[in-house]
Write a protein that binds this ligand. Structure first.
Ligand code: PMP
Length: 342
């Protein structure tokens, strides 16, 4: 019997209900089951499709976003892709303010969905009117029918994970999950998913936050790190150590600090050994997950959230020269490219 896959009336109906994939190669010597929640399988390619869709839908419901309106956000990342995708589907204009050093591929991707991109200096302090979030705020306020998604304060961001990601994981593991492992960016994913899992399990599921080694969330000094979109660092031009309202630190039972090199080497290994191409923040989460799982028994079930795919990072984590330059691998170790044989 084949499993035919769902039929959707609309693209946005395909957001969520992502697969849970059990790993069996990189878990050598580990008795516990380790599963990856494959958020890269969302239509826009990341976990942020859930939040983007939920924020737009909530704004429509309470009248803040109306037909003919414009969606604004300050983001260079996956939230921008999710918003651009949902805006295209729902017929809104979408304006994304991005730091001027954003990779050309990312800007091209946002524009492919029809979003307008506004570049602004990425190094100005948070209170500067040119700062990514301040500029997005101002443009939204000055635009007739403008609405700012604001993923760092919008309650629809954590809520969608409480209503979807958490219940999906519970059902997919038939209630057997014992450990949830997730990174923290806006904190939407970990806060919402954990709230549901703690509640439904009567507090039995242990919540592990995977954090880049110098991130402030786990008590690091806030110095810069390489893995994108997770953790909290202190911008040298910014003195404010302000954490997002969407992150509820009380859900976390345990932090595991993951050095950049561990995350990078792991995603390279997972691609070659499991055939699964993951982004850097998935590497951070999985490294923490494997570390925790190593101390567990055969009845334990660890679920690691993988926010996006490695496709967006081919010129970084999967580039041998880049990895050698940053000291993450000693020497190029990828398969060679050969010219056409004579
Ligand atoms: N990883 C990636 C690749 C992301 O884009 C994000 C979103 N910033 C996260 C992790 C963290 O997710 P959240 O914002 O829900 O904490």
């Amino acid at each position: 019997m084949i499993s035919p896959g769902p039929v959707h009336d609309s693209l946005t109906a395909g957001i969520g209900a992502t697969p849970l994939v059990r790993l069996d190669r990189v878990v050598d010597g580990i008795a516990a089951a380790v599963h990856v929640k494959a958020e890269y399988a969302n239509p826009g390619g990341s976990v942020k499709d859930r939040a983007a869709h939920a924020m737009v839908t909530a704004a429509e419901r309470d009248g803040r976003l109306r037909p003919g309106g414009t969606v604004f956000e300050g983001t260079s990342g996956n939230t921008g892709i999710g918003l651009a995708m949902v805006a295209a589907r729902r017929g809104y204009r979408c304006v994304l303010v991005v730091p001027d050093r954003t990779a050309v591929e990312k800007i091209a991707l946002l524009r492919a969905y029809g979003a307008e991109v506004v570049l602004t200096p990425g190094t100005v302090p948070q209170h500067d009117p040119r700062h990514v979030r301040r500029l997005a705020e101002r443009l939204a306020a000055e635009t007739d029918g403008g609405w700012l998604a604001d993923q760092y304060t919008n309650p629809a961001n954590p809520l969608v994970h409480e209503h979807t990601t958490g219940p999906e994981i519970w059902a997919q593991t038939s209630g057997r999950i014992t450990h949830l492992v997730s990174g923290v960016g806006t904190g939407g994913t970990i806060s919402g998913t954990s709230r549901y899992l703690r509640e439904v399990s009567g507090g039995r599921v242990r919540i592990v936050a995977a954090d880049p080694a110098t991130s402030r969330y786990s008590g690091g000094d806030g110095s810069p790190y390489t893995v994108e979109a997770v953790g909290h660092y202190l911008n040298p031009d910014t003195v404010v150590d302000e954490w997002p309202q969407t992150y509820d630190p009380s859900v976390v039972d345990e932090f595991v600090q993951v050095p950049d090199g561990d995350a990078v080497r792991l995603v390279r290994r997972v691609a070659r050994e499991e055939g699964m191409l993951l982004g850097g923040s998935s590497g951070t989460a999985l490294a923490a997950g494997l570390q925790v799982a190593a101390g567990l028994g055969p009845d334990d079930v660890v679920v690691v959230i993988a926010p996006d795919s490695g496709r967006a990072y081919l010129s970084k984590y999967f580039d041998d020269d880049w990895c050698v330059r940053l000291g993450f691998v000693d020497a190029p170790d990828g398969p060679r490219v050969r010219d056409v044989l004579p």
